[in-house]
Design a protein. Structure first.
Length: 495
């Protein structure tokens, strides 16, 4: 069942009962510049809703036909393409979104779901073993304690320091190229630019997870400054992709028309993180070659990662450019139509390429500028992707239909990276990746204290919790790629 428009929602029970339309007196239900969700209109009276079983809900798991459960209430969000967080709304279509909803939204945001309400879950249809139910109550209680303990409050001075110290990297790069024409000095400048972009990635990540400002409008504007202008990545493109990743880390989609797979491991036909993914290599003439040599090709692939992301990001915003669909991530076509602040997005990217081009062309010959471009892009791609890979690659991979509960999914698919303060600075706080995935709105500077609580909770409840240093973690990633290759070769020896 599809939503008839942005201004009305069609709802019905699953057994072909008469449909009813809920008309909304405004064109878009949710706008990201509202810091506190609220509904200002009076909803029309609705006929009594019918109880819905979980098995019925599970049949509605595509973006065009999406039902989900929140605290035993059933909502039909079919076709809600202008959801401000992007297509993440569809990752739990056909299932329970209670915990991932809490992870992403401020208190009171549930009022936005009211117009989509279609019924109550049949009591007992989602009956869980008492041990599992007790575990879920415990981690929800922990979240409440973190809220009352002030863990979600950011220190403004910390983020002022982070922004200023990051911009100093870019200033250093400018000084070096203006000071000397020496190739070595220019390559050092390229490294500083790469490091600047990497650190901007972590900063934009913090602001766009709304760790810094309670008013989300300010977070989005800071994201455009740091993401679009400084780093060259579209905020809308990043949010759509990254929010989905957070909701379904390391999940392989259940079907081609579902939106329940992790876009960050949608790397075929280049890299396969499970045998199911590797099987798809046969669809490409050169796919088997990459899968058979992926552990060797991993680091060379990281070098071109940023260039690929830049193209995806640029074409997401400037979708009228010929060939834009070739680099689109899944769901991007519909998401493009409802980009918030599209004008600012375009201006921001234009300014990025303006200052970056001036940095090179005002101080270098064209051949040197090309070399500088390639060096800075490749070094940044490596620095970013190295941290991304450590966070999740080589950890558990699940089929979307067989995902565990929220807490166990986040913990078993994620790896923490141990090390000195320099390692944590380099990783932008994502050395505490497990803790961040469980509580993505907790500011970076509180993750160290949070870590001890999460680790103790996991130990108390017997949940696997993995952390290692950068060297061992990288070896685990390569070993995982190698094991998938061996399985692939064993199953398809002729490939």
């Amino acid at each position: 069942m599809q939503a008839c428009s942005h201004a009305c929602i069609a709802t019905c029970d699953d057994e072909a009962a008469p449909k009813r339309l809920l008309h909304l007196p405004y064109p878009s239900l949710l706008h990201p510049f509202h810091s506190h969700p609220f509904i200002t209109h009076t909803l029309p009276s609705l006929p009594p809703s019918l109880p819905t079983s979980l098995s019925q809900v599970r049949r509605h798991k595509t973006p065009q036909d999406a039902w989900l459960v929140y605290r035993n209430k059933v909502y039909d969000v079919s076709g809600w393409q202008d959801h401000p967080g992007g297509n993440v709304i569809f990752t739990h279509a056909g299932g329970d979104c209670t915990d991932i909803f809490a992870a992403f939204h401020p208190l009171g945001a549930t009022s936005y779901l009211d117009p989509f309400y279609i019924g109550e879950l049949v009591p007992g249809s989602d009956k869980k073993p008492e041990a599992q139910a007790s575990f879920e109550r415990a981690y929800r209680d922990l979240r409440g304690k973190l809220i009352t303990g002030g863990f979600f409050k950011a220190n403004p001075l910390y983020y002022v320091w982070k922004v200023v110290s990051t911009v100093i990297l870019a200033a250093g790069a400018w000084v070096l190229v203006a000071w000397s024409q020496n190739l070595g000095v220019q390559m050092l400048s390229a490294f500083l630019v790469a490091l600047f972009w990497q650190q901007c990635g972590w900063l934009a990540h913090d602001f766009l997870h709304h760790q810094v400002f309670k008013n989300r409008a300010y977070g989005d504007l800071a994201g455009i400054m740091i993401g679009n202008i400084f780093q060259g990545f579209s905020v809308a493109w990043w949010k759509n992709k990254h929010n989905t990743h957070h909701a379904v880390p390391n999940l392989v989609e259940s079907s081609p028309d579902a939106q329940d797979g992790d876009p960050d491991i949608d790397t075929m036909p280049i890299l396969a993180w499970s045998l199911k993914m590797a099987d798809r290599a046969q669809q490409y003439s050169w796919g088997p070659f990459f899968v058979k040599h992926q552990s060797v090709l991993y680091f060379p692939i990281l070098l071109v990662a940023r260039i690929s992301w830049l193209m995806q990001s640029f074409l997401f915003v400037f979708d009228g450019v010929p060939g834009a669909s070739l680099w689109a991530t899944k769901g991007a076509t519909a998401e493009r139509q409802v980009i918030k602040n599209v004008g600012l997005e375009k201006v921001g990217l234009f300014i990025h390429y303006l200052w970056y081009g001036a940095l090179m062309l005002c101080h270098m010959s064209l051949p040197r500028a090309i070399l500088y471009f390639l060096a800075s892009q490749m070094m940044c791609g490596f620095l970013l992707a190295l941290v991304f890979g450590l966070g999740h690659n080589g950890m558990a991979v699940y089929d979307a239909d067989a995902r565990p509960d929220f807490w166990k999914l986040q913990v078993t698919t994620t790896r923490n990276v141990t090390g000195s303060w320099l390692v944590q600075w380099f990783c932008g706080g994502l050395g505490y990746q497990v803790d961040h995935h469980l509580f993505p709105m907790i500011p970076r500077h509180r993750l160290g204290k949070l870590h001890g609580l999460v680790e103790g909770f996991c130990r108390e409840h017997g949940v696997e919790y993995h952390e290692t240093n950068m060297w061992e973690g990288t070896k685990e990633v390569l070993a995982h790629l190698s094991s998938v290759t061996k399985e692939f070769v064993a199953d398809f020896p002729a490939m």
